[in-house]
Write a new protein. Structure first.
Length: 467
């Protein structure tokens, strides 16, 4: 027999915030959908370990759904699906809505670059008959995490004649992989006295790439020569060609289910490809939006969104202007009526490191997609703080579409913080709020997310696009 609720219980249900683990409120069919979605997501992660690869995969998926390259000057009819690629590293997709463009667009912006190790312009050297690559890390990393794990190399080399070689080595089980060595504990007395920050220093992130010499006593760096000979035979490149290259060392392992219950996904690069993929899928699945839907997959977020492929560039602004011009509408008119989800991850509460969070305002695994009203650090510095009005509008969309969501702050006050592309989009006179998936071990070579939260991010972007 069901016990009747007391007056206090009824009142609490009515006026207090009820947050629950998503697994307790989703039915079996919806949980199965979340699990199935994660299978597609893992495949996307494995095929998209760099921004260039993410663009390539996203364009292929978009073309399957009927998206065509955007052409400036064309007056697209409602229902048209277009995409624009920026230098192979950033992508904008749009689905033209039935409402006039001057009423603004529904914008989602995620980033497809992730922390990694870039090769220096002159990476190759030999020391003590070992060949190594010098690296310069990209984005905020804990350097010690990147030693003694298998690494793969992804990227492009542009030769003097302008031809471009694409390199991916270390992903196929038959490929060789690479790694960064660390000191054995037996001899690490001095190293162990360093701070964790200095445990492995930037200039110690040298990737081991070979050890066998070229047999000729007349040359001095025989191992280096032998490695360059292999590269030259395989890719037709010389040492100087590495100067005009973008080669990124990333973890060589693939995405996995985590936990006996398979409730989580462990993989490299989930910040922010988890939001990129969920926003992309929502866009591809959107057939006839009311407001025009625009989805940006940006590069360079991890280094501050600078550069011509980052969110601080004019790429989005120009695209919106070009999209609006054939209707006789100014880009700024569109932007001024635009609403945006800045799609980025938040730090999930980690019980092992509980004291960096404030429990009431932290985000939790399995509690759904996270709304982050503001980011920043030290008194909200550098943040785009979403207005109460806009936060209210988004909250209402999510509730209307039964999306499981929570709020999150990036760590407790004065603990640190971070930023997203939200601030740069707000600069365009756009209403914007951060929304994304909570992540454990963010920026580590192996990050963890929950399948429920991933699916709820997809549901949130879908709700935003069709509402
Ligand atoms: Mn991010
Ligand atoms: Mn990040």
């Amino acid at each position: 027999m069901k016990k009747e609720l007391t007056e206090g219980q009824k009142l609490a249900e009515e006026i207090l915030m009820q947050n629950k683990n998503g697994a307790l409120t989703m039915d079996a069919a919806e949980l199965a959908k979340a699990d199935a979605f994660a299978e597609d997501y893992k495949r996307f992660l494995d095929a998209s370990k760099t921004e260039r690869e993410a663009v390539k995969v996203a364009v292929a998926l978009a073309e399957e759904k009927g998206f065509v390259p955007f052409e400036a000057g064309v007056k697209y009819p409602s229902g048209a699906k277009v995409y624009a690629v920026n230098r192979e590293k950033a992508l904008i997709l749009a689905v033209v809505g039935s409402q006039p463009i001057e009423e603004g667009v529904r914008l989602s912006a995620a980033h497809i670059d992730s922390p990694r190790l870039d090769l220096k312009p002159r990476p190759l050297y030999e020391d003590s008959e070992l060949a190594l690559f010098k690296t310069h890390y990209y984005g905020g990393i804990k350097k010690y995490q990147w030693t003694t794990i298998p690494l793969a190399l992804h990227g492009v080399v542009v030769k003097r004649d302008g031809s471009k070689i694409t390199i991916t080595v270390g992903e196929n089980p038959n490929d060789p992989a690479f790694c960064i060595t660390d000191l054995l504990p037996h001899l690490a007395d001095d190293q162990m006295k360093r701070t964790l920050e200095e445990g492995i220093k930037g200039e110690e992130l040298n990737i081991l790439i070979g050890s066998r010499p070229f047999c000729d006593d007349e040359v001095s760096k025989k191992v280096k020569l032998n490695i360059m000979k292999i590269l030259s035979e395989k890719y037709g490149i010389t040492e100087a060609d590495l100067l005009s290259a973008e080669l990124e060392a990333v973890p060589a392992f693939s995405a996995r289910d985590i936990g006996f219950d398979r409730s989580m996904v462990g993989a490299y690069g989930q910040d922010d490809r988890v939001c990129a993929y969920t926003a992309l899928r929502a866009t591809l699945d959107c057939e006839s939006p009311k407001q025009t839907l625009v989805t940006v997959l940006a590069d360079k977020e991890e280094t501050g969104s600078h550069g011509n492929t980052g969110m601080q560039s004019a790429f989005l602004r120009y695209f919106i202007s070009d999209l609006a011009a054939p209707y006789g509408v100014a880009g700024r008119t569109v932007l001024s009526h635009t609403t945006c989800l800045s799609a980025d991850v938040n730090a999930a509460f980690d019980p092992t490191f509980a004291d960096v969070s404030e429990r009431q305002n932290a985000s939790y695994l399995n509690y759904g997609v996270v709304i982050t009203k503001y980011t920043g650090a030290w008194g909200k510095s550098g943040t785009s703080d979403a207005s109460a009005e806009y936060a209210g509008a988004i909250r209402s969309i999510l509730d209307r579409h039964h999306v499981i969501w929570q709020t999150g702050e990036l760590g407790k006050v004065d603990q640190g913080g971070g930023g997203t592309v939200a601030a740069y989009i707000a600069d365009l006179n756009v209403d914007v709020i951060d929304l994304g998936v909570p992540v454990l071990s963010m920026h580590a070579p192996f990050e963890v997310t929950s399948k429920i939260d991933i699916y709820m991010a997809y549901r949130a972007f879908t709700a935003f696009s069709v509402d």
